[in-house]
Design a protein. Sequence first.
Length: 219
Amino acid sequence: MELHHEFTVPVPVDDAWRALLDIERVAPCLPGATVDEYDDKNVSGSVKVKVGPVTVTYTGTAVFEERDETAHRMVLVASGRETRGQGTARATVTGTLDERDGATAVSVRTDLTVTGRPAQFGRGVLAEVGERIIGQFAACLSERLAEQPQPMADTAPAGVAGTGTAAAPETAEAREEEPLDLLRTVGPPLAKRVAAALAAVLAVGALAARLRRWRRSHK
């Protein structure tokens, strides 16, 4: 399925370009994402997605196949697999940046293929979930770009945190530990649709398990 999202960040296009390529800096803005390694082209990490009582963790890699600094266009190909299950996800993400009145408009096109439990939600649900996630990401990115480095207090007493940016890694780390909670992200109306889809998936899984047990007991 193909998804399209847009957002704006309040900085010139060159600044936004550099920020988006700073993977370790922006990754905490993406709910549920954790970056393990990044070598300026290849990214490895994981994404945790929670739907009600079920948490699905994908581990995988992403590769920058294109980074055109002149055109401000990037293409990222990502693939992942469930750590406990057979589900897979693959996405080709194309981002283009355009400067508008001193700010930057970011357009993101995603060619997404998902198998496993999340695939049962359908294109409409996944598109709306993607819209909410992109909105959260844009708000977080804008906040980070607006941050000004603060000098650390050299004379801070032992055991007392300074007033600079030293606390930022703890915040980012805590955010990375939390899975992306789809029911909380999408809001009550869409949550009912997601929950209904999840219930159907779990019911099919439970029925299949019972059939397997019945067959084993009648052999």
